[in-house]
Design a protein. Sequence first.
Length: 405
Amino acid sequence: MVRNTLHIQNLPSLSAVSPSIARILEKSLCEVQISTEEAEKLFYAEEQDLNALLEVANYVKKLVKGDWASFVICRNINFTNICYMGCKFCGFAKSKNDSRAETLSFEVIVNRAREAFERGATEVCIQGGLNPDLSGDHYEKILRAIKSEIPEIHIHAFSPFEILNGSRKTEKSYEDFLRGLKSAGLGTIPGTAAEILDIEIRQQLTRNKLSTEDWIKIIKAAHKVGLKSTSTIMYGHIDNPSHWAKHMETIREIQKETGGITEFVPLGFVHYESPLYVKNSNVRPGPTREENLKMHAVARLYFRGLIDNIQVSWVKLGPDMAREILNAGANDLGGTLMNESISRSSGAKYGQEITPYEMVSIIRESGNLPFQRNTLYEMVEDYSDKDPIKTEPLVERIEVANSFA
């Protein structure tokens, strides 16, 4: 798939860069793995050092992925917003007595999946709150309902928090519970609920209800039973570069052991309506522009040869920032989504859907060649010399959805 390859002499001279940063960048250019301490140092890069970091990250991206950048046509289906966990950063969760609480019926979930499939989706991403009224086998029932009607669709579903919940309710081990989900049609799992795996910060965000240890065990269990996962980080709140570097170290060690991670997805903290921000004066209002650039660039270098897909989240950062990051180490624009509830509930400002035509336009404007991929990063359609059919964004329908089968 690599069409054009840069030559090392085309990079600007590193003579203006500070010696310590130059050494780290040169290691990465020579395909020598950089250390966690060196990754942390890169997070503090400024001015000429930052410019060099971004250029080297883009250069390495082109060596690995050529001039290509990808997207996936998918739909998010958040099947319940009822949740009792009380994570401080979350604006999505509602109590079951809240007038805005909802739990989608199996019929509504299947209808949304079918509608997505008819609009060209290869994937549905399914996640929800931890609704205490749902049984542990509810996750499996969702999968079977979708697969019985739309067997071709790939189901990317259930965060480690949900796996923990289902495992406990069914009194099954993580592996056995995941095997049951796989048998019912689960294709991959999202590596969300990671937030920051540094224990100090994690305890402040979630009171460690899903511990770092359990998150790691669940991700490894998924890989062991043949389910690949994504990996994520949520940054820009009460954290700092040392926490980011330690988090990335945990991800890299998992990947060295299992090889089951498909991509790394930085998720900038959306602060507007997040309880964590609204109720605390010491919480930052999300990452800065420079931090967004650094996070993706450092990830490209730190995970080189282990996780080769670095995704930028347009729903968190917006199309303009995403376009810029596609030239700072990222090679993927994520999904069209069609419906997006979780970030929107915390005040995200960038809408619920970017159509395939718009995805292709953003990628082209960044100077990259666009293609549609599937969940496992296999090419579905090459759009380097053609456009997708123009479609209107999906209008969210109001459905009677507060009962479940």
